[in-house]
Design a protein around this ligand. Structure first.
Ligand SMILES: C[S@@+](CC[C@H](N)C(=O)[O-])C[C@H]1O[C@@H](n2cnc3c(N)ncnc32)[C@H](O)[C@@H]1O
Length: 422
C-alpha cells in the first residue's frame, strides 16, 4: 500500500469514514485500542501572518534570462524585490543524497533555518499576485508550509505521485508541491492553454482509471470518451526519470513534463521564472522552450556547466531532454530501504499457523497465545512482520468490533469521534 489513496473519495463536509476504516485496518492492532478523530479546521489561526507588501506596486523586471553559479542566498539578495513572475524551488531534501558540493545530511534544525531563509528571500523577490512553488518530501513540506504561510498566501497543495520505494509500512509514493501567492493570485490568461486544452498532458491529467491496453483505447475512441480530464491537485500521470538514457550527471533531475505542467499552470509567455536550485537545468530549459525568461541559480560549478551546455544545445536546435548515449555516474536515489530479510521459516507458513491457532481459540491470537501455542519461536513473528496485523493477516475475521461513540455523518458531532478496537 502506498501513501496515495486514490480509491477513497472524500467530500469535505462529512466525517471521512472510509479513511478512518483504512486507518483502523492499518493501525488497529495491539497495543492500540482506540482511534480518536478530531476535525481541527475550525481551530486554525491565521493571526501570525507577516505578509510581504509590494512597495508602491514597484515592479522591477531585471530583463534577460541567465544562469548563475553561486549560493542562492547570496544571489537572491541581489535580485530586486517584486521582480519575478514565478518561483519554483526543488531544494536538496536532506536525505543523504550525494551532491557535488552540498552536504545533504544536516542537523534538521540547521536545515529548516536555512530553508526559512531562502523561502523568505524568494518571497521578497516574487511579484505581487504571483506564485512560489516548493517541492519536497511530505515529511519536510509540512514544515515549509507552516513557514511559508506566515509570510505568503496559501494557493494550492499538489501531490505528485512520483516515488515508490518500499521503505516503510506505507510506501512513500508522493512529493508535496506547495504553492503560495503574494497577496491575491492573479488570473493567468493563457491562450496556449485554450488551444491545446483537450489533448496535451501539460494541461490535462490522464483519467484516473485510464487503461493503456490498445483494445481499451480503441473502445474509448469509438465511444468518443476522452482519456484526459482537467488537472486536479493529484498528479499521478507524470513519471520520474527512471531511464539513464534521459538523465545527465546529476543525482535528482525532475522530469521536464512536471515542469511543463507547472509553468503552463502558473505563467504566460514572456514571464520571468526563477529556480534557486536549478541543478541540471530542468526548470530553466523548460522555461526557454516555452518562451519564458528565466534565472537559474546553482551552487555546484559542475551542475551549472551541465545546465549551460544543455541551454547551448537547445539554442542549436537539439532537444536537451532527448535520450543520450551516455550513462550518468550520479545515482538517482539513495533513500534508505528496508533490509533484505532471511527467513528461517517462510512467512506464509507462520501466517497459516496463526490462522490455525485462531480457529482453535475462536478469536484472533495475541503474542502470548503464540508463545504458548506455536511450534515456532515468537522471535520469528517479532522479526519478520511489520506489525501484529501482518502476523494475523491470514486470519479471516480480524476480530475488530467498531463502536462509534457519535453518529458518523452529522455535524458538529463529526468533529470528534472514537472507534474502539475489541
Ligand atoms: C534537488 S536538486 C535540484 C534538481 C533540479 N530540479 C533538476 O531537475 O535538475 C537541488 C540542487 O540544489 C543545489 N544546491 C544546494 N545548495 C544550494 C545553494 N545554497 N544554492 C544554490 N544551489 C544549491 C544542489 O547542488 C542541487 O543541484
Amino acid at each position: 500500500m502506498s501513501d496515495i489513496w486514490r480509491d477513497i473519495s472524500y467530500d469535505n463536509d462529512t466525517a471521512p469514514r472510509a479513511i478512518l476504516e483504512r486507518l483502523k485496518d492499518l493501525f488497529g492492532h495491539e497495543p492500540y485500542s482506540q482511534l480518536i478523530y478530531c476535525d481541527v479546521r475550525n481551530f486554525l489561526t491565521y493571526s501570525n501572518k507577516r505578509k510581504f507588501h509590494s512597495s508602491n506596486g514597484m515592479i522591477n523586471n531585471p530583463g534577460g534570462s541567465r544562469l548563475l553559479n553561486g549560493d542562492c542566498l547570496d544571489v537572491l539578495k541581489t535580485i530586486p524585490e517584486n521582480s519575478v513572475d514565478f518561483i519554483f524551488a526543488d531544494p536538496p531534501y536532506n536525505i543523504k543524497k550525494k551532491y557535488d558540493n552540498w552536504n545533504d545530511a544536516q542537523d534538521i534544525s540547521n536545515y529548516f533555518s536555512w530553508c526559512d531563509q531562502w523561502i523568505a528571500e524568494s518571497a521578497r523577490v516574487l511579484k505581487p499576485g504571483r506564485t512560489f512553488a516548493i517541492i519536497n518530501i511530505p515529511l519536510w513540506i509540512v514544515r515549509h508550509f507552516s513557514f511559508a504561510r506566515s509570510i505568503l498566501d496559501y494557493q494550492d497543495w499538489i501531490a505528485w505521485e512520483g516515488l515508490s520505494l518500499p521503505v516503510r509500512k506505507i510506501m512513500p509514493a508522493h512529493y508535496g508541491i506547495i504553492c503560495f501567492s503574494k497577496g491575491r493570485p492573479i488570473e493567468i490568461a493563457n491562450h496556449e492553454k485554450k488551444a491545446r486544452w483537450e489533448t496535451s498532458q501539460d494541461f490535462m491529467n490522464l483519467k484516473q482509471w485510464y487503461c493503456a491496453r490498445a483494445s481499451c483505447i480503441k473502445k474509448r475512441n469509438a465511444a468518443k470518451i476522452t482519456d484526459r480530464q482537467p488537472i486536479g491537485n493529484l498528479w499521478w500521470d507524470i513519471h520520474r526519470l527512471k531511464h539513464n538514457s534521459k538523465r545527465v550527471d546529476h543525482p535528482c533531475q525532475l522530469p521536464p513534463s512536471l515542469m511543463k505542467r507547472l509553468i503552463h499552470t502558473f505563467t504566460k509567455e514572456g514571464d520571468l521564472i526563477l529556480d534557486p536550485f536549478n541543478g541540471a537545468g530542468t526548470t530553466t530549459l523548460t522555461s526557454e522552450m516555452l518562451g519564458r525568461k528565466f534565472i537559474g541559480i546553482e551552487l555546484s560549478a559542475k551542475y551549472h556547466a551541465i545546465a549551460e551546455q544543455r541551454h547551448l544545445d537547445l539554442q542549436k536546435g537539439r532537444d536537451p531532454f532527448a535520450k543520450n548515449g551516455t550513462t550518468p555516474k550520479a545515482k538517482n536515489s539513495r533513500v534508505a530501504r528496508l533490509q533484505k530479510q532471511k527467513y528461517e521459516v517462510p512467512k506464509k507458513t507462520l501466517q497459516i499457523e496463526v490462522k490455525e491457532i485462531a480457529i482453535k481459540l475462536g478469536r484472533r491470537p495475541d503474542r502470548e497465545d503464540i508463545i504458548r501455542l506455536s511450534k515456532y519461536p515468537v522471535r520469528y513473528f517479532d522479526e519478520y512482520f511489520i506489525d501484529w496485523g501482518e502476523v494475523c493477516s491470514a486470519v479471516g475475521d480480524k476480530g475488530m468490533t467498531e463502536n462509534l461513540s457519535q453518529p458518523i455523518n452529522t455535524r458538529p458531532d463529526d468533529q470528534q469521534m472514537q472507534l474502539s478496537f475489541g
